[in-house]
Design a protein around this ligand. Structure first.
Ligand SMILES: NC(=O)c1ccc[n+]([C@@H]2O[C@H](COP(=O)([O-])OP(=O)(O)OC[C@H]3O[C@@H](n4cnc5c(N)ncnc54)[C@H](O)[C@@H]3O)[C@@H](O)[C@H]2O)c1
Ligand SMILES: [Zn+2]
Length: 366
């Protein structure tokens, strides 16, 4: 739990009230549909959210009025041709600037559908109904939209805020464990960059037997933290970069693993990235040694091992250099001085990065 005072401050800071965490999704959805005519409602799903999630809201007053497009699921479909399919569908089915696009799915659907809506006829309003843990606590909130291009993640995109994000934890009941913990990594990140209280409640949660009613409050608090940073700096000029903790190394692990038979899910890569960046935080920001070891071991206990060798370092380093967060030739990191105390734009040398990779590698070889 966050202290009452901290939660109040977060609520005041998160000035955009566009995120609702609810178990009355139908009500929330119907009220945001009120100003849109029936023939202007469009729904984007992937095959899994179509199968597992749409039936949960089928009784919603107007869901049957929607014109629906189904995109094949999987990150490999977060590409230009899928965006084109959505644009064509909107165009052929009479969408205009008075239309509403509702994206029901994980981060793949919310990224893609919201990009297509944001660019169609110079922008159509959209609502996200995220159905994975990662999408609920991260991808659907904050207005970043886009798709992968030229082998690079999220290479093309715009920042454009949704009309509403409606979060209902009931959807998570059909999610597999790996996707569940993938999203959990972003919650851990929110705890690390903002609140020991949130981190403690995450440590106490039983991931093997999730209590969904408890989870609803935790997700709500995690989203408040994300929104706090987004509201302070919507276009990521400065403090929103706090949300990149774990991601410079995490994206490198994620891209590197794409060549293997078992590519890492985004959150797993971020979890491993956070361990490596906790080490950099110790080196560059004085993060306490004992807590670094404790947190690294806890994170490993959730995500298991990811083995790398010293032969992988050069390529991982190269991949970190390609990260769009870096200006010029320096490699910039978001680090933490202690839990809840972030330092942005901390550049690290190649030697420091290799030393951090040593720490990660040795931890995985125990
Ligand atoms: N825009 C942002 O700020 C932001 C932030 C973080 C991540 N992302 C993006 O989010 C994407 C990853 O999101 P994700 O992890 O949700 O992946 P995803 O959308 O691919 O979903 C993972 C899998 O779960 C399935 N699924 C969705 N809902 C389900 C449910 N309720 N029950 C069962 N299966 C379900 C999906 O079909 C898919 O197979 C990446 O593309 C990443 O770049 C965006
Ligand atoms: Zn992330």
């Amino acid at each position: 739990m966050l202290s009452k005072r901290k939660e109040k401050i977060l609520k005041q800071m998160a000035t955009n009230n566009s995120v609702i965490v609810t178990d009355k999704l139908e009500e929330a959805l119907n009220s945001c549909l009120a100003s849109f005519p029936d023939d202007k409602l469009f729904l984007v799903v992937d095959d899994k959210s179509d199968r597992f999630c749409l039936p949960l809201i089928c009784d919603t007053l107007r869901i049957e009025k929607f014109k629906k497009i189904v995109i094949p699921s999987g990150e490999e479909n977060k590409i230009l041709s899928s965006v084109e399919k959505i644009w064509l569908f909107l165009s052929k089915r009479g969408a205009d600037r008075k239309s509403l696009v509702v994206n029901l799915g994980g981060g793949m659907v919310t990224d893609l559908g919201s990009f297509a809506a944001s660019t169609f006829k110079r922008g159509v309003q959209y609502v996200n109904i995220p159905t994975t843990m990662l999408a609920q606590v991260d991808a659907s909130v904050g207005g970043k939209t886009g798709f992968n291009f030229n082998g690079l993640k999220n290479e093309i995109g715009v920042i454009n805020q949704p009309l509403q994000v409606i979060i209902d934890t009931r959807f998570l009941e059909t999610l597999d464990h790996e996707n569940f913990i993938s999203g959990y990594a972003e919650m851990i990140k929110h705890g690390l960059i903002h609140s020991q209280d949130h981190l403690t409640e995450l440590m106490n949660f039983d991931l093997l037997k999730p209590d969904y009613s408890l989870l609803q409050g935790m997700i709500s608090r995690s989203v408040l933290i994300k929104n706090y940073f987004v509201a302070k700096d919507p276009t990521e000029k400065n403090i929103r970069k706090a949300l990149n903790f774990g991601h410079t190394v995490g994206h490198a692990f994620e891209s590197y693993s794409l060549k293997s038979a078992n590519p890492l899910l985004h959150g797993h890569a971020v979890a491993y990235g956070m361990i490596t960046e906790l080490y950099l935080s110790r080196l560059r920001s004085g993060f306490p040694d004992g807590n670094m070891h404790f947190l690294s071991k806890w994170i490993m206990s959730i995500y298991g091992k990811f083995r790398i060798t010293t032969d992988d370092y050069a390529e991982l380093y190269e991949l970190m250099g390609h990260d769009k967060k870096n200006e010029g030739r320096r490699i910039n990191f978001t680090l933490i001085k202690s839990v809840g105390e972030v330092e942005i734009n901390k550049d690290c040398t190649k030697n420091q990065i290799f030393e951090a990779l040593d720490y990660f590698r040795e931890l995985n070889n125990i």
